[in-house]
Design a protein around this ligand. Sequence first.
Ligand code: PLP
Length: 423
Amino acid sequence: MYRFETKCIQSGYEPENGQPRTLPIYQSTTYKYDDAAALGKLFDLEADGHMYTRISNPTVAAVEAKIADLEGGVGAMLTSSGQAASFMAVFNICSQGQNFISMNNIYGGTINLFSVTLARMGIEVRYARDDMTDEEMESLFDENTRLVFGETVANPALTVLDIERMADLAHRHGVPLIVDNTFTTPYLCNPFKFGADIVTHSTSKYMDGHANVLGGCIVDGGTFDWEKGGKFPELSEADESYHGVVYTKQFGKAAFITKARVQLMRDFGCTPQPMAAYLLNLGLETMALRVQRHSENALKVAQYLQQQEKVLWVNYPLLEGSKYYDLAVKYLPKGASGVVSFGVKGGREAAMALMNKLRLAQIVVHVADARTCVLHPASTTHRQLTDAQLEASGIGPEFIRFSVGIENVEDIIADLQQALDQI
Ligand SMILES: *Cc1c(COP(=O)(O)O)cnc(C)c1O
């Protein structure tokens, strides 16, 4: 068993004698077979192999194997975006008339997916706050509750999920915990070690790491007992849309991820291109190095900001005094990613003035890549909310999301300094 940094480079693809050393791009939609019966076996899921790139592809499969290895899961499926991964992870085990519980401080795009689009499918989301007592959380469950969802470090709230607590709560009710591990990556946290059952990612962030390629991933921890209590018949009973296959019988620990692929990916088709998987793999090779530097730089930037007279508050989970410091020490001992948020005195106007003065840190609708970038949620992603609504969601008009890159941290701090001097 190699260590993490080695797996980032070596896992997923091992060339045989005379084969290309780096992962080849298999730019083909189809695969050729010698005899008709062999293909029948593939369709019956009785043999391994690729039949059509909407379902699987060798380049994509190599990257899936690498991410599964990095997370410590039994299997993974890449998707065309993080949104597709969040959707399919939930929809795999949640149908019309059922409900699930999600933390309320998650990524805004996921909130929209859960609150609006899943509602149109007859699926109800019930939001939990991390300051709720166990009793208050328990009261959200009923017999139709299918799963619990949260983000390890939430975007952009930067709250830290108490994974063990939420896993215990979910398991007491016989349902799995799904964790979006986008901001932390498996370099900083392996949610499976703390009881999570399924992990999702937007690989568009630190995994790719260069703002080059959209993508998502679902990883199956292989630990949840889908047969217990007959609560998940979609996994433990025959799937009529797939020749009566019983996923738990035929695929054991990999039941969840196999169903997601052969049923949902087959039907929704949000498949990544082989080229996208290839680019993602390049990012993964340096992920450990990058995320380590992102985290070191971010802590220094947070400490710098804390000293500044014009700065009202700074939020970074590993900053001493942070509300989430103890959870961060427990779950994120190696660092808390590159994202820092802060507020400047003077509210919305001062925040926007500061951003306009930044030079190295550029204004983009992205986060978590090699280049330092900055976003003002109140005037962009959360634009539709009033100042009062913004305050209620913890994202005030002065809130700035600062994504610290892997440039020299002295340059990043100098940029902030010259901008602060001008407001
Ligand atoms: C960006 C993001 C997503 C959505 O991913 P896309 O790749 O943009 O579709 C989901 N979750 C989190 C935490 C994100 O930051």
